[in-house]
Design a protein around this ligand. Structure first.
Ligand code: NAD
Ligand code: 89Y
Length: 343
């Protein structure tokens, strides 16, 4: 298979997973890295044996020699870096959250479209093995047409030690984690026409909200609830599992803690273990996320080679990002938001 050459910008906490995954992906290799922090640049460069190292993204693009860029920085730099990739006609992957605002995200999609380069958001949660198993069961007609769903992520896991910036922003759980849960709800039940949300902060040591409850009206007529919390202390910590309940005209699907998938329909009840694989470089409990990083990066390469649209293209992700903005808007105004009118 022809090897695509990639450059990675942002050598922080999560980029380590992306670098490991690039080693496993067929058909691509990382040839250059960039970070404005020299210490992070050397840690990742030495760990993964990358000689070409840059502290400035403009200098990286000026030297070129790569077919795509993987942007693994935090949100503040996403718009500038995606637009830089577009100006240099380089296809780009951008980490979530895609942008600071929906209007920034819309401009980023337009810049890549006008430059004729692919843009994919690293929205990896829909690529998790258990989420794919739910989608496969639905597609196979296991429960008929779904009319109700619940997508739930409730945890007390300390995410702040690895990602201290999460404690510092005005916005926290919807923008950081709920964005994935909202994307899963869209992936499973389709696009959303309106949304109502309530939020609160329980942990006094952080600035943003750590609990959100969101009611979604899907265009299909289905109703769902997305509920996320980092203030929920359970006897058995579920991080980072998304639990799913789906009721359909002909049966039910339950994805429960411990990666158990239960499907009930006229044929009876089946129970399957849909645990993610523990990749050689992965560690529990992150292995569910880590496997999905590998899956989305392989998808990037496969679709790029085919010239085909990515599952979480920039254009697709605008519809998920709109839900994030709508949720904050709804929670602050106490009103239901017409999502269709935002896009
Ligand atoms: P981090 O702060 O640990 O790392 C970001 C790195 O980018 C830093 O080393 C910083 O120096 C560098 N950087 C920032 N702006 C730069 C620029 N303009 N040029 C060069 N380098 C620059 O952050 P992180 O925890 O690794 O998170 C990165 C992104 O990954 C965030 O957007 C976060 O939401 C996302 N994330 C995604 C998942 C997932 O499952 N998809 C999980 C965790 C984090
Ligand atoms: O940043 C978040 C993400 O995308 O997945 C989990 C996380 O690391 C903490 O909430």
């Amino acid at each position: 298979m022809t090897e695509l050459k990639g450059a990675l910008i942002g050598c922080g906490f999560f980029a380590i997973n992306q670098m490991h995954a690039w080693n496993d992906v067929e058909g691509a290799e990382i040839v250059a890295i960039c970070d404005r922090d020299p210490e992070r640049l050397d840690i990742v460069g030495d760990q993964f044996g990358i000689a070409r190292r840059y502290s400035d993204a403009e200098a990286l693009f000026a030297d070129g020699g790569f077919d795509f860029v993987d942007i693994a920085t935090t949100v503040q730099s996403h718009r500038a870096l995606v637009e830089m990739a577009a100006r240099n006609k380089v296809p780009a992957i951008c980490q979530k959250p895609f942008a600071k605002t929906l209007s920034d995200a819309t401009a980023m999609v337009a810049a890549c479209r006008n430059a004729g380069v692919a843009l994919m958001v690293h929205e990896n949660f829909r690529w998790q093995t258990p989420i794919q198993a739910v989608r496969t069961a639905l597609d196979a007609g296991a429960i008929g047409t779904p009319f109700w769903g619940r997508f739930s992520f409730r945890s007390g896991y300390d995410v702040f030690s690895g990602q201290p910036y999460l404690a510092e922003g005005e916005r926290f759980i919807i923008e950081d984690l709920g964005i994935h849960t909202l994307d899963i709800a869209r992936y499973i039940l389709g696009d959303v026409s309106s949304l109502t949300a309530r939020t609160r902060r329980v942990n006094p040591k952080i600035k943003g909200e750590d609990v959100a409850t969101i009611l979604l009206d899907h265009e299909s007529g289905a109703t769902s609830v997305v509920d996320v919390s980092y203030a929920t202390k359970l006897s058995k910590e579920p991080f980072p599992e998304t639990l799913i309940e789906l009721d359909g005209a002909e049966g039910t699907i339950r994805l429960s803690q411990g990666y158990g998938l239960e499907i009930t329909n006229a044929k009876g009840t089946t129970r399957t273990d849909v645990s993610p694989k523990l990749l050689s470089w992965a560690s529990r409990p992150w292995h569910n996320i880590q496997e999905s990083v590998y899956a989305i990066q392989q998808h990037w390469v496969d679709q790029l080679k085919r010239g085909a649209e990515h599952s979480t293209s920039g254009a697709d992700n605008l519809k998920t990002f709109a839900l994030v903005e709508a949720a904050y808007d709804s929670a602050s105004r106490g009103q239901t938001i017409d999502v269709g009118a935002m896009l």
